[in-house]
Ligand binder design. Structure first.
Ligand SMILES: [Zn+2]
Length: 417
């Protein structure tokens, strides 16, 4: 049976302004993914929005139809500090060292990081460049970076800021952003600012979740409020080309369940476009990323995954099994809300982040407890909400398995492992 055709819409694309933005996936009413609730907040209604993704068949950008106001998402108490993760620390260490070895070319020219967070990457880049500047609009996160002695500007990256940085510090030899580009609604503004700030031979590097990976892995939990866009190399090439910029290299990277790092420069820069770009464009074309029906088929597989998960959990519930959730994350919020899984199906969600203990999952209001609670009284099943860390979690929790416990994972279909 063919997937039903999504209706055409009058929503206009944020990138090309065209009116051919087709909604293909509706994950329903969704709370803010990392807005974990305190006991006191349980008596108040939660902010929710309709989580829907659309495909523009004019410029090929996949994007949210309803973007949440950044003031609600990136408030002064924005919780995500990059440095907490050891995996990310190693990841950025390798990135900084390869940049130092083959991208930087003139120490008089600044290196600028957009969305510098608490300085985890900028601090490593500063070892290779005496003029490292971070841009971080979130005040409390910027303060942590400044305490490390880093030069941080607390503003949004736009053409005006780019012009003032260029005037004060010279054009940039590198502009970089990790998990930041997909958060910014005005990407044409970012591209204009890049065009303003970059030196003639300067390079920009961005890494963000990668659309093809999301689709092949069925990682629909990557789709949430903070990610306004889901990039393909095709859509990014088109965006940058409009602004006199060019992608010359792409590298798939394994973080966050599948991301892509793109390297770009001015169109007239002497760097040649490498074979990785044409190969990735061909892979995207072959998968059908230019076709609306590919997105409808994805949405159908997402619905099937939801059905299989609900059926499995309902069967275990009838059998009287004890089932808990493992790892309280933004991605988990999407899975729990979309699949309609509450405290009737999961006794609690355990997590190793102390600041989340005693809180409740957004929307579904399941209590979050320390991992110790899990270990003290093993349930029958643990549903892994961070599916991309299943192997890591399973090897850490060998005693649970030895005592008869089993894990549940839900992608592409729900199963006990
Ligand atoms: Zn468009």
């Amino acid at each position: 049976m063919n997937a039903p055709k999504p209706p055409a819409t009058t929503f206009s694309c944020r990138i090309c302004g065209g009116s051919s933005l087709h909604p293909f996936l509706d994950l329903g009413k969704m709370p803010i993914a990392n807005a974990f609730l305190s006991c006191a907040q349980l008596s108040h209604p939660e902010y929710t929005f309709q989580l829907q993704a659309g495909f523009c068949d004019s410029c090929h950008m996949v994007q949210l139809l309803e973007a949440v106001d950044p003031d609600i998402l990136f408030h002064d108490h924005y919780a995500y500090f990059s440095s907490i993760s050891r995996v990310m620390d190693d990841h950025f260490g390798r990135l900084a060292s390869s940049i130092g070895a083959e991208i930087l070319y003139d120490e008089r020219l600044p290196v600028v990081e957009i969305g510098a967070n608490d300085g985890i990457l900028l601090q490593k880049l500063a070892a290779y460049s005496p003029r490292a500047i971070g841009i971080e609009p979130s005040a409390n996160v910027a303060a942590v970076a400044r305490e490390k002695g880093l030069h941080i500007v607390s503003e949004f990256f736009d053409t005006e800021l780019a012009a003032s940085l260029r005037a004060e510090h010279c054009p940039a030899q590198l502009v970089i952003g990790a998990n930041v580009l997909c958060h910014i609604p005005d990407l044409n503004g970012v591209a204009r600012a890049l065009e303003t700030l970059l030196d003639a031979e300067g390079v920009f590097i961005f890494e963000d979740p990668y659309l093809l990976e999301i689709m092949t892995q069925l990682a629909y939990d990557q789709i949430y409020d903070e990610h306004v866009y889901y990039f393909s190399v095709t859509s990014l090439c088109r965006l940058f080309e409009k602004h006199g910029l060019r992608i010359f290299r792409v590298e798939p990277i394994p973080v966050h369940g599948g991301s892509m790092r793109v390297y770009g420069c001015r169109s007239a820069c002497s760097r040649a476009t490498e074979p990785s770009v044409t190969a990735q464009l061909a892979a995207e074309s072959e998968y059908g990323l230019a076709l609306l029906q590919t997105y409808s088929a994805f949405a159908e597989r997402v619905q099937q995954s939801r059905t299989s998960l609900r059926e499995l959990l309902q069967r275990l519930q009838v059998d009287g099994a004890r089932v808990v959730g493992y790892a309280a994350s933004s991605k988990g919020t999407v899975i729990l809300n979309y699949c309609g899984i509450g405290s009737d199906m999961l006794e609690y969600v355990c997590d190793n982040t102390p600041s989340k203990h005693g809180l409740f999952t957004p929307g579904t209001r399941i209590p979050i407890v320390p991992i110790d609670r899990f270990a003290a009284d093993y349930p029958d099943y643990a549903f892994v909400l961070a599916w991309n860390h299943l192997n890591e979690i399973a090897s850490k929790e060998q005693t649970f398995r030895e005592q008869g416990g089993r894990f549940i994972t839900h992608i592409p279909t729900a199963r006990i492992v």
